[in-house]
Design a protein around this ligand. Structure first.
Ligand code: TNX
Length: 526
């Protein structure tokens, strides 16, 4: 039996077809899986146990059978529910995992509760679902630099990503306002760089600060734990170490990396600091050494080096930097930035990794293998794809989840333009006008969660949900978007988010998640 609606969705309609008998999960049910799927089986048991109280033992006979089917595409799965039981086949372990996520959605939303729920019958409708993602890069970028997210909360965020079949977590680990990863060779990066005296309040850089110290960092052991936890959920973590701008926290720790050499604080303001790296060989070496430790920790094929928003004033006005430009035979400051990125690229490619950076890295020579994150709209995506680069689409005017969610005066922070659920649902990761070959270079897209104005997991919940549900669906499903259909399924999905305890933004007004009329244009303030 096929689903009554066309399939390829991240959010499943709950009531599928009540006339057909399905399968009841009870104490006789077990999970059966070959060894290669034991990790997924364990995950499924732990997902089903808290609410149901069922053991679902591996040797109980196995009414839930997991298997790999080589005929299916890598991340694809087939999910069958009949009165005899449940069968989940995947093209790979990841595919089986996505099938398990769909299985949870077929159960009553209370399955997502973390404690025993009584009086619920854990019944599954009879279905047959075949599904596969559209894109291989279904991501979220989380900025743990502006506000540190403790490990426990980060693991929870990873679980929420997995629930939405997202598979890439781009972790923004360093910025002007904080350095969040232990680097053994340079301990002051975290001893000094992970802590700031206070934080700017709201959008006004000239207003008073909040007077509260803020900080924190992940030890290398923490990172190993986080990477493993994500891998068990088929999520790759892509670390990002910003350079040559957005580095004031590093300069506070090691002022010799800077142009002026002046003593600096870890920045307490938002925005883009003027303080950038100098162009000495020793500075390149410092950052390459940092990347070495980062590569030891993160198996990801892609390593982020940042490259965005590097103000050039200090370079323009500094004699030593100007002498370096001449010495290196470069034309100007833009070429210097490209030179810096290319030097880091050498260290990454020497270890078989690929450089990943923001679209500013297109402003100059860029190694062919580099992957470009297009954030200033979709222009960078088109340019990069035409030049032969792989692209990740994350245009700020569609998928920036720090942007406000309405024009209402009670939005926590009036950042930029409003982006409603419907707005983000219009996300088209492939820009218009590309040839088929060029379009192939778009790996997918990601939601970007910048945290200047999010100082707790609760606030992050509010900004991220339910907008990320819409982005996850766009990245999983085909190019045709039917918002009305999605909105209906989203309504059902909110019950799941409630059960998990996500403090999403509740809709107001008669047209819950719809675009407010009359709002156009790009943001000018952030
Ligand atoms: C621009 S997007 C930035 C971030 C800010 C964000 C705020 C990008 C590559 N750089 O540093 O946090 O705007 O919306």
């Amino acid at each position: 039996m096929l689903l009554p609606r066309p399939f390829a969705k991240t959010l499943l309609p709950h009531a599928l077809d009540e006339r057909v008998t399905g399968y009841l999960l009870d104490s006789s049910s077990g999970v059966a899986a070959p060894d290669e799927l034991s990790q997924v089986a364990t995950w499924l048991q732990s997902a089903l146990r808290p609410a149901t109280g069922l053991l679902l033992d591996r040797d109980a006979g196995g009414a839930i059978a997991l298997q790999v089917d080589d005929l299916l595409g890598d991340d694809a799965y087939r999910l069958q529910v009949s009165p005899e039981g449940v069968r989940i086949a995947g093209g790979s372990a990841a595919g089986v995992f996505y099938g398990c996520q769909s299985l949870l959605q077929l159960l009553p939303p209370a399955i997502f509760r973390r404690s025993r729920v009584t009086g619920v019958s854990w019944e599954l409708s009879a279905v047959e679902v075949e599904d596969a993602p559209r894109f291989g890069w279904r991501g979220a970028m989380l900025d743990v630099a502006r506000h540190f997210m403790p490990k426990h909360d980060l693991l929870r965020f990873i679980d929420l990503m997995a629930m939405h079949k997202l598979n890439i977590l781009h972790l923004h680990l360093t910025d002007d306002q904080g350095w969040r990863i232990e680097i053994k060779r340079y301990p002051w990066l975290t001893e000094v760089g992970a802590w700031r005296l206070e934080s700017q309040v709201g959008a006004d850089p000239n207003g008073p600060g909040d007077g509260r110290p803020h900080g924190g960092f992940y030890t290398q052991d923490d990172i190993r734990e986080i990477v493993a936890y994500a891998a068990e959920r088929f999520i790759t973590i892509i670390p990002e170490i910003e350079s040559p701008g957005h580095v004031q926290a590093a300069l506070a720790a090691y002022p010799e990396l800077g142009v002026t050499g002046a003593a600096l604080d870890v920045w307490t303001r938002w925005g883009v600091s003027e303080n950038v790296l100098n162009a000495e060989e020793s500075t390149v070496e410092f950052f390459a050494n940092v990347l070495d430790e980062v590569m030891d920790l993160f198996p990801s094929p892609f390593i982020g080096v940042g490259g965005d928003e590097c103000p050039k004033n200090q370079w323009r006005n500094d004699r030593r930097v100007q002498a370096r430009i001449t010495e290196l035979g470069l034309t100007d400051e833009t070429a210097l930035q490209a030179w810096f990125i290319a030097r880091l690229n050498e260290r990454l490619t020497a270890r078989g990794r690929r450089l990943f950076g923001w679209d500013e890295i297109l402003e100059g020579e860029l190694p062919a293998d580099a992957v470009v994150a297009s954030w200033r709209g979709m222009t960078g995506a088109a340019v990069a794809a035409r030049r032969g680069h792989n692209v990740v689409a994350c245009p700020d005017n569609t998928v920036y989840l720090d942007y406000r969610q309405s024009l209402a005066p009670d939005e926590p922070i009036p950042v930029a333009i409003p982006l409603t659920v419907e707005d983000v649902y219009q996300f088209q990761p492939i820009p218009d006008g590309l040839t088929d070959d060029e379009a192939e270079r778009i790996l997918g897209g990601q939601a970007n969660v910048w945290t200047e104005h999010m100082d707790s997991p609760r606030t992050i919940d509010y900004f991220v949900f339910p907008r990320i549900c819409a982005i996850a669906e766009v990245l999983w499903s085909g190019p045709s978007h039917n918002f009305a259909d999605f909105a209906e399924r989203l309504d059902e999905h909110l019950a799941r988010l409630d059960a998990v305890g996500v403090e999403y933004r509740r809709s107001t007004g008669p047209l819950p998640w719809q675009r407010r009329p009359g709002i156009t244009g790009r943001p000018h303030t952030r």
